[in-house]
Design a protein around this ligand. Structure first.
Ligand code: NDP
Length: 327
């Protein structure tokens, strides 16, 4: 494993990290979740990603129980939560980024994860109904109280991130240090273009999600939707629609076959190549992996060795294929 600086913060994060979305508390049993987290930690992964909304809080409960039992030094790993979508409640103030929900969701996450502080706490989406200064102040206060160490955003526009920095400057508050955007061979614009000015100043770190586009970039959906996969999971029909039923999907599936041939040609697997491609971007602080099986995670850890196989020539070929198709 190697470690990268999280933007201009002092935090070091493993180049590959591991997240709980869809899997923990939902698609997989707790023993598999435990094996996955231990495999990740043993490989040097130091960042585990979570959110209040994952399995309505159950993903944090499962992760918290594993962390508690692990005996790992608290200083040896980072754990995150995210606030915005809420859990089971649907009354006013049970979601969003008001001071009330930001603080209550933090307390709930600490309880479920059984930790004294969150290393990273994200605003999972922007909330146009709340003044940005109210959210920034709530995050700042949680940091001052020692309940959160660093805060950030997820899927905020560059303009919204800049607005948060301007408010923090003006009010003397702790700044957000990280953004968590989607980034993969089919989803590139925001990370590569929109955020480009933010990497130098204020020095944005990025913890990128869905490096395999939910499994699309493993080639497993090229001939339909196999049983037991994410896109066959009840409740995720919207994701199947998003990935397999939109115009242009045929072009993407054909591209995947071409990318698979490139992977074979350089002596790696398609998932490893797709993850290694994300790692090649120096503005990516960490690539968050997802897995429902230990074998998947073990395979994907091989992306670290695949990076050197992505020569400038191979990167150009991948760019030619993915560039015209990517959002
Ligand atoms: P990926 O795009 O890598 O998708 C992971 C899924 O792909 C696995 O669960 C598995 O699904 C399949 N897969 C992975 N490796 C292999 C393999 N080698 N062979 C075959 N299938 C494989 O990442 P995620 O979408 O899970 O995103 C990673 C993390 O990012 C999440 O856990 C979460 O922490 C974070 N995230 C954040 C979001 C945000 O809004 N901030 C949104 C989404 C994710 P299966 O076995 O079920 O087919």
């Amino acid at each position: 494993m190697h470690y990268r600086q999280l933007g201009k913060s002092g935090l070091k994060v493993s180049a590959l990290s591991f997240g709980a979305w869809v899997t923990f508390g939902k698609q997989i049993g707790d023993p598999v979740a435990r094996q996955l987290l231990h495999t990740a930690y043993d490989a040097g992964i130091n960042f585990f990603d979570n959110a209040e909304a994952y399995a309505d809080g159950q993903a944090e409960v499962v992760m918290g129980a594993i962390l508690k039992k692990s005996g790992w030094r608290r200083s040896s790993y980072l754990v995150s939560s995210k606030v915005f979508f809420g859990t089971v409640g649907d009354r006013p103030n049970e979601d969003g980024l008001s001071r009330k929900h930001v603080v209550e969701a933090c307390h709930d996450a600490l309880r479920r994860l059984q930790v004294d502080y969150l290393d990273l706490y994200y605003c999972h989406r922007p909330d146009p109904t709340v003044p940005i200064g109210e959210t920034c102040r709530a995050m700042h206060d949680l940091i001052v109280q020692g309940k959160v160490l660093y805060w950030g955003t997820s899927e905020w526009s560059a303009a919204q991130i800049e607005a948060a920095h301007a408010v923090c400057d003006r009010l003397g508050l702790h700044h957000p240090v990280v953004e968590q955007p989607q980034y993969n061979l089919f989803h590139r614009q925001r990370v590569e273009k929109e955020y480009a000015p933010l990497y130098r100043s204020p020095g944005l770190g990025t913890t990128i999600w869905s490096p395999l586009a939910s499994g699309l970039l493993t080639g497993k959906y090229n001939k339909g939707v196999p049983e037991g996969t994410r896109l066959s999971t009840p409740g995720l029909e919207w994701l199947q629609d998003e990935l397999l039923k939109k115009p242009g999907v045929e072009g993407k599936l054909a591209a995947i076959s071409r990318i698979a041939a490139i992977a074979k040609g350089v002596g790696t697997t398609l998932p490893c190549l797709a993850i290694a491609w994300c790692l090649k971007n120096p503005n990516v602080s960490t690539v968050i992996l997802g897995a429902s099986k230990v074998e998947q995670l073990s395979e994907n850890l091989g992306a670290l060795d695949a990076v050197e196989k992505l020569t400038p020539q191979v990167m150009r070929e991948l760019d030619t294929i993915s560039g015209p198709l990517a959002d």
